[in-house]
Design a protein around this ligand. Structure first.
Ligand code: FES
Length: 125
């Protein structure tokens, strides 16, 4: 596939969904969001990094992740933000969704962009 065709295909299939103003999210906390039939969890870390994941815990299916406990750890010398499920405390990386303390499925994560104080989520159509 040529670069030009790849760019055209990418533009046709990728769009941005507006979520909220980044200032509306409280530091160190998560919020649940309903977007086009999907429950998401939005997080703002104490360092003002923003993440979006599924609101559904991959371990049990409980829709609780927005009430998870934010934290951080070091994985292979890289500092990563984490969220612990509020029920059984499985810990997931917020950048990749990988579970760090159990043999669990990954937590689905979404790519976000902050543009002039507005949070946008990448969607593939
Ligand atoms: S419900 Fe999420 S780890 Fe148990």
């Amino acid at each position: 596939m040529s670069t030009q065709i790849a760019e055209i295909t990418r533009e046709a299939t990728l769009s941005l969904a507006p979520l909220c103003r980044s200032a509306e999210l409280e530091r160190g906390w998560g919020e649940a969001l309903w977007l086009e039939g999907t429950q998401l969890a939005l997080f703002r870390t104490e360092e003002d990094a923003f993440y979006a994941t599924s609101h559904r815990c991959p371990s049990t299916g409980a829709k609780v992740m927005a009430r998870g406990i934010l934290g951080d750890t070091v994985v292979e010398s890289v500092h990563v933000a984490t969220v612990a499920c509020p029920l059984h405390k499985e810990v997931y990386r917020l950048d990749t969704g990988e579970c760090l303390n159990a043999d669990s499925l990954p937590l689905p994560v979404q790519r976000l962009m902050e543009i002039e104080g507005q949070l946008w989520m990448e969607q593939t159509k």
